[in-house]
Design a protein around this ligand. Structure first.
Ligand code: HEC
Ligand code: HEC
Length: 448
């Protein structure tokens, strides 16, 4: 008896399934008879918008679990909080934080706080205020977790925005609205890492002592970082100067083939590299080129070309992050920031007598195709190129040059002004440009 009931129910189920199938087929036939283009296009737009939103969030807010390094190893949370708040030393006041180039996102400040700052009622010399700002998630590119009572900084981590965003100073210097993609040329990464009460693991990793690590970090200076230090352990160039490079813009990169000053790979290659090997997030990363123990002794010894984590906190975020970055256009120079007539004449020099456009081609002002050159082609030394897999330099995209004048030009900022860059090319390529052509060319570069 019971069995027949079961069979009957099963039969009913089958009948229902058949009806559903028939309905589905009818529905499909109806769908086919409609024009197809409108719906999919809208769904592409929607997906694109979602990617942008997700990517912006990753760029600004995601630490990829790098707290395990910045807190677990470097213990920077303790240095920031200071002894009074369960850490070590005097702590980091907002004044100190701003002086090492950290930026505050004014949109995260409640009106009451804005009022209090304006009235001079907020103590910018007190590390407790830094904790309050971190609790508001107002420090660009730094994520801190503050205990419920506001007295302890239990962890800190960093995001891409700490180096690749700045603010427009609309509130006051160092406090304003975010400018994503603008390199933070005020940020003294070396000084910040140097605050760590626990640099021994870094020294061990590099096979050196803590004093040497401190010297290397102190030599970086504002706007610079050394993304290759953890690969080859080279803190200084043969001439004794720091081996660090400038922090480049993360805007104006869409349409550019290889990235970084020395062309390590695509944007998304480099994003994975940085999230794992520089920020020390917890993800997976593969690059067998890092197994070359002659070129990359530190990376080869530590297996950095084959990073694996049980839970990969990086890979799932790469697609949206890539999408967002490619959407960051270079900012247009303010109309009053250059001489328009001179720039128009300079354009002719750029494309003609200066031969610049033989490498820097519109619209990216890098090169379509393989955008790499031997150091000798631009009369430059090979130190930084030799720290990369191919030993070459990538033709830098030039749009938005005006927005990162601080720190100089070329990968290490060796030319303080655009005039010096032009003089360099003039002698390197025996261009024979006169003074007028050179200054026109500089005005054109400022107009890009
Ligand atoms: C501590 C500072 C710092 C952080 C954090 C950082 N970067 Fe960078 N970034 C640099 C430096 C320095 C370079 C240049 C490296 C080189 O050429 O060797 C660079 C290069 C790049 C480039 C290549 C730009 C070009 O001109 O081709 C991209 C893209 C980039 N970073 C994206 C990111 C993303 C995305 C994140 C977060 C996952 C990130 N960076 C985190 C400092 C940083
Ligand atoms: C052979 C190819 C080539 C030619 C020709 C060339 N460049 Fe470059 N340019 C490069 C490369 C490669 C770099 C990166 C150098 C570095 O970072 O060390 C660069 C960097 C630059 C930079 C620095 C950008 C920055 O953000 O630091 C400027 C400015 C520049 N070039 C302008 C010019 C001008 C102006 C001309 C013509 C007078 C010119 N270039 C000709 C390949 C070229």
């Amino acid at each position: 008896m019971r069995r027949t009931v079961v069979v009957r129910i099963a039969r009913l189920g089958l009948a229902a399934a058949a009806l559903l199938l028939a309905g589905g087929a009818l529905f499909n036939v109806a769908a086919l008879s409609k024009p197809q283009h409108a719906t999919p296009a809208r769904s592409v737009d929607r997906a694109a918008q979602r990617m942008l939103d997700d990517g912006r969030h990753v760029f600004r807010q995601e630490t990829f679990g790098d707290e395990s390094f910045w807190t677990g190893v470097l213990q920077l949370n303790r240095a920031i909080a200071g002894a009074k708040h369960g850490g070590v030393g005097g702590g980091v006041s907002p004044k100190t934080a701003l002086s090492v180039g950290l930026k505050v996102d004014s949109s995260r400040l409640p009106k009451s706080v804005v009022k209090a700052i304006k009235a001079g009622k907020v103590d910018l010399n007190d590390p407790a205020t830094t904790l309050a700002l971190l609790k508001l998630n107002a420090v660009v590119g730094v994520r801190g977790h503050v205990s419920g009572d506001g007295k302890r900084l239990t962890s800190v981590g960093i995001t891409c925005a700490v180096c690749h965003s700045t603010v427009d100073d609309s509130f006051t210097k160092g406090i304003g609205r975010r400018l994503d993609g603008w390199p933070n040329r005020d940020l003294n990464v070396g000084a910040i890492v140097g605050l760590s009460p626990n640099l021994k693991p870094v020294a061990d990793l590099l096979g050196t002592d803590v004093d040497t690590v401190k010297k290397v970090l102190a030599a970086w200076g504002p706007g610079k970082f050394d993304a290759e230090l953890f690969l080859d352990g080279k803190g200084f160039r043969p001439d004794g100067r720091s081996a660090a490079t400038l922090i480049p813009p993360a805007y104006g990169l869409s349409g550019v083939n290889l990235h970084t000053f020395t062309g390590w790979g695509t944007v998304t290659y480099w994003n994975a590299f940085v999230a794992n090997l520089e920020m020390h997030g917890e993800g997976n990363f593969t690059d067998a080129r890092l197994d070359d123990a002659n070129k990359f002794p530190v990376a080869a010894r530590n297996g950095f070309g084959h990073v694996r984590h049980r839970v990969d906190k990086v890979s799932g975020k790469l697609p949206a992050l890539h999408y967002y970055q490619l959407s960051l256009r270079a900012p247009k120079p303010p109309s009053t920031s250059y001489n328009h007539a001179a720039a128009a004449r300079g354009k002719a020099v750029f494309n003609g007598a200066g031969k610049c456009a033989s490498c820097h081609m519109a619209p990216t002002f890098s090169e379509p195709g393989f955008n790499m050159h031997k150091p000798s082609e631009i009369c430059t030394d090979s130190f930084q190129a030799d720290r990369s897999p191919d030993g070459m330099y990538r033709t830098t995209p030039l749009r938005g040059l005006w927005a990162h004048a601080k720190g100089g030009y070329y990968h290490d900022g060796r030319y303080k002004t655009l005039g010096e860059v032009v003089d360099h090319y003039d002698s390197c390529m025996s261009l024979g440009l006169n003074a007028r052509q050179k200054s026109d060319l500089v005005q054109y570069l400022k107009s890009l």
